[in-house]
Design a protein around this ligand. Structure first.
Ligand code: E4P
Length: 226
């Protein structure tokens, strides 16, 4: 399962990129607004940092405007993906843009029925929102599981992206259910690597090393200072 960051913050993207496991980024209007930056400059910069798809969201809900916005968003960079909400006009715009070779991430998906529509419209990615379903006492993992099962049964090529992730177990469950991608806030991304036994084990290895170092004879040069 590919790991994406759900952010428009350049420092977070750069830091996650350093780890070598970042495969893409999703942005949305709320995330972009938080950065108080120039929209185009910011999205271009994100696209240049990330070696993978960067979803950039449209801001309209009529077919013609969505198509016009989609074309301009796709022109921002080769890895730009157009994010469109799952509405009747959004589906129509997805069909049109897809027929022009533009990649669409169908967002704000909350049911298997909507995910079927997204795939039929030719979306490149479908984004079911886990956290927001959990917030209204709906089993988001059941919905995600249904979508993965239906996509497998139907042979849909649309990639399933688990979105609105709130904690590391969402990521683990999404991977078990067969999601292709999980997008998450930087805080959740960081929490994936954290384990108290790793920290404790590392400290112990290092203190043993430092104590015994003078008696270990010749060391590789990069280990002499450690
Ligand atoms: C997905 O692409 C969305 O940007 C995102 O996951 C929404 O998450 P939220 O519910 O935390 O706002």
């Amino acid at each position: 399962m590919k790991l994406f960051l759900d952010t428009a913050n350049l420092d977070e993207i750069r830091e996650a990129n350093r780890w070598g496991v970042l495969r893409g980024v999703t942005t949305n209007p709320s995330l972009v607004v938080k950065e108080h930056a120039q929209f185009l400059t910011l999205e271009k910069e994100i696209c240049s940092i990330v070696d993978g798809p960067v979803s950039i969201e449209t801001a309209a809900n009529d077919l013609d405007t969505l198509v016009a916005q989609g074309r301009e968003i796709a022109a921002i960079a080769d890895n730009a993906v157009v994010k469109i909400a799952c509405t009747p006009d959004g589906l129509g715009a997805t069909k049109k843009l897809t027929s022009e070779g533009i990649k669409v991430n169908m967002t704000l998906v909350f049911s298997a029925a909507q995910a079927i529509l997204a795939a039929e419209a030719g979306a490149y990615i479908v984004s079911p929102f886990l956290g927001r379903l959990d917030d209204i006492a709906t089993d988001s993992l059941q919905v995600l599981g249904e979508i993965c099962e239906i996509y497998d049964a139907q042979g849909y090529e649309t990639e399933v992206l688990a979105a609105s992730i709130r904690h590391p177990m969402h990521v683990v469950h999404a991977a078990r259910l067969g999601a292709d991608i999980a997008t998450m806030p930087f805080k959740v991304f960081q929490s994936l690597v954290k384990h108290p036994l790793t920290d404790r084990g590392f400290e112990k290895f290092m203190s043993d090393w430092r104590e015994a170092k003078p008696n270990l004879g010749e060391l590789p040069s990069s280990m002499q200072e450690a």
